[in-house]
Design a protein around this ligand. Structure first.
Ligand SMILES: *[C@@H]1O[C@H](CO)[C@@H](O)[C@H](O)[C@H]1NC(C)=O
Length: 235
């Protein structure tokens, strides 16, 4: 028998349910990891380091030439690690961007500090390989590794943005890296980060106002290669 599964509403509720379930699992996982690391540190610091390095391989932290283990490895098990991850998980419950569903048209702020929307943006430059099939946009959101939060040493010195000015000036660092596409920032109520479940980072492909690709939650689920494969099909 053929199973029909097109009522969009049902599919969206299922995706929402999956968000709740996976967030609950990730929260428990995070508590577990925290506890294990805290206890392990007493028993065997060297084994703890090995485990953390193993996790760092998955999140590609170990492949990042800008950071040594000492910069990030010792932040696990800290209160700020716990606080930051909990906050991201909590906010991820507010996501409204689901595969096949309407793409939330959240307001953002352009680099001149003016409110704008993501869609009517005049795209200055399109990202090289796929400029013929897609417009690219970077929305800079809350800092995952702020100096006053879950900080890595040797990183950019950015505190949690207290104002739009803070956020815009932090985004300038990103603009200086010449991302080859427009950069906008989330509003201070973090509406884009919340509706797109974007903390700490996430990739999407939108088409005609619909979500056609929803990447996993970063850093584990952040795979630009998946976007590349999808866009190659659209060429
Ligand atoms: C939005 O994020 C900023 C950090 O960039 C934080 O200071 C602020 O409290 C957040 N706002 C809300 C409404 O959660």
């Amino acid at each position: 028998m053929e199973i029909k599964f097109h009522p969009q509403g049902a599919n969206m509720s299922l995706q929402r349910l999956m968000v709740y379930l996976s967030t609950t699992c990730m929260f428990c996982y995070m508590i577990g990891i925290n506890l294990i690391i805290l206890i392990m540190q007493y028993i065997s610091p060297s084994l703890t380091k090995k485990i953390i390095l193993k996790m760092g391989e998955k999140t590609t932290m170990t492949q990042n030439p800008n950071f040594k283990y000492e910069d990030w490895g010792q932040t696990f098990g800290s209160v700020n690690f716990f606080k930051t991850v909990s906050q991201h998980l909590w906010l991820s419950l507010g996501q409204e961007a689901f595969l096949g569903g309407d793409a939330p048209d959240t307001p953002v702020v352009n680099m001149e500090g003016k409110n704008t929307n993501t869609r009517p943006l005049e795209f200055k430059q399109l990202v090289k390989d796929f400029s013929d099939v897609a417009d690219f946009l970077v929305i800079y959101i809350a800092e995952a590794h702020s100096t006053d939060g879950w900080a890595f040493t040797n990183n950019f010195d950015i505190n949690q943005h207290q104002s739009l000015e803070d956020r815009l000036s932090a985004a300038q660092i990103l603009v200086q890296k010449e991302p080859q596409c427009p950069v906008v920032v989330d509003e201070m109520n973090n509406v884009s980060a919340i509706k797109y479940g974007a903390l700490p980072e996430r990739l999407y492909v939108l088409q005609a106002g619909k979500v056609v690709y929803k990447g996993g939650m970063g850093p584990m689920g952040y795979h630009p290669m998946e976007v590349r494969l999808l866009l190659e099909k659209m060429k």
